[in-house]
Ligand binder design. Structure first.
Ligand code: ADP
Ligand code: MG
Length: 320
């Protein structure tokens, strides 16, 4: 099957007063139609920078983003706009991502009006339908974002993201800012909408329990690079990269009250400003050798369904 999204050698650095921040370093991956792929990693590892790069909301330093057969990195703004209809994003914070001065019907209706050119009754009907899809009714149409709870606001953001019936949704920690009791409802809604509209998801999260629940495949990121990728069930059962192993060990429990706490593995995250020459995880890794300090490992096939970027991947038998 042809990939819906193909990311090739994506690189993004930020210049800051302290120096160059290597936020995304040579990242490549594909997402198939209808697939949910999770991107996980600790705060600051580059997840949101990837999301913004995919949408070309920030300029990248190198690499290609091919969406639906079109190269985003090599087209005019107008062409990109036409294709961007098929790729939407939902941000983490529903408090800052919705315009506080707009009524819900205008928030959801805006892309329908400005991009699809709908108006009048047709526009109103479509807005009502999209709100109904996320569990909101006609009584909500004329209200403003501040009149809603966090969960409801995220539903509005989802309705807006789906207004143009995209093929793919990027979800950047869509439930991280919500109360635990509301998180499951929003996740279930996303699953339902995905099945209904046959959507692909790039699901960004630092919560492994959520990833296990929602994703088919998972990509684990560490300091701007993907260190392990594969089927969720396989990666969770038998992680091969030492970083993935520490992440999974750090899951405190499946108790919903503390499951989203991702305890940091031992050692410090190196600054993305002065990355080590070799493996960026070496400083925190108990398997490191001399090679790890001098040579950056490449993401390569470990087996038919797994890629690992490590000189000493865990190759032990899978017990269970
Ligand atoms: N606009 C920016 N200017 C400078 N540095 C940035 C900017 N955006 C992100 N960064 C840096 O890039 C790295 C990756 O950030 P980000 O993609 O937000 O990580 P994540 O979403 O995984 O928490 C971090 O070190 C962050 O400080
Ligand atoms: Mg982020």
């Amino acid at each position: 099957m042809m990939a819906l999204l193909s990311v090739q050698k994506l690189t993004k650095t930020f210049s800051t007063k302290a120096g160059l921040v290597q936020a995304v370093d040579d990242v490549s991956f594909d997402i198939l139609p209808g697939e949910t792929v999770a991107l996980v990693g600790e705060s600051g590892c580059g997840k949101s920078t990837i999301a913004l790069s995919l949408l070309q909301l920030i300029e990248t330093n190198g690499g290609k983003v091919i969406f639906d057969g079109h190269d985003f990195t090599d087209m005019s703004d107008r062409e990109r706009k036409a294709i961007r209809r098929n790729l939407s994003i939902v941000f983490q914070n529903p408090y800052s991502s919705l315009n506080p001065k707009m009524q819900v019907r205008d928030i959801v209706g805006e892309p329908l009006k400005t991009i699809a050119g709908l108006k009048g009754r047709e526009l109103n009907e479509r807005v009502e339908q999209h709100l109904k899809d996320v569990g909101l009714g006609p009584e909500h149409l004329r209200r403003y974002p501040h009149e809603f709870s966090g969960g409801q606001r995220q539903r509005i953001a989802i309705a807006r993201a789906l207004a143009l019936e995209p093929k793919m949704l990027i979800l950047d920690e869509p439930t991280a800012a919500l109360d635990v009791s509301v998180q499951a409802q929003v996740l279930n809604l996303l699953k339902k909408l995905q099945a209904k509209h046959k959507l692909s998801f790039l699901f960004i999260s630092h919560d492994l329990a959520t990833v296990e629940y929602i994703a088919d495949r998972v990509m684990v990121m560490y300091l701007g690079r993907i260190v392990e990728a594969g089927q969720v069930s396989a990666v969770f059962r038998a992680p091969r990269h030492p970083y993935t192993m520490t992440l999974l060990d750090a899951i405190p429990s499946l108790d919903p009250d503390d499951r989203d706490r991702l305890t940091a593995p031992v050692g410090e995250v190196p600054s993305p400003i002065n990355l080590p020459v070799g493996c960026a995880f070496a400083g925190r890794c108990d398997k490191k050798s001399q090679t790890c300090l001098t040579t950056k490992p490449k993401l390569t096939d470990f087996d038919s369904s797994r890629k690992v970027s490590c000189h000493h991947p865990n190759s032990g038998e899978i017990t269970q």
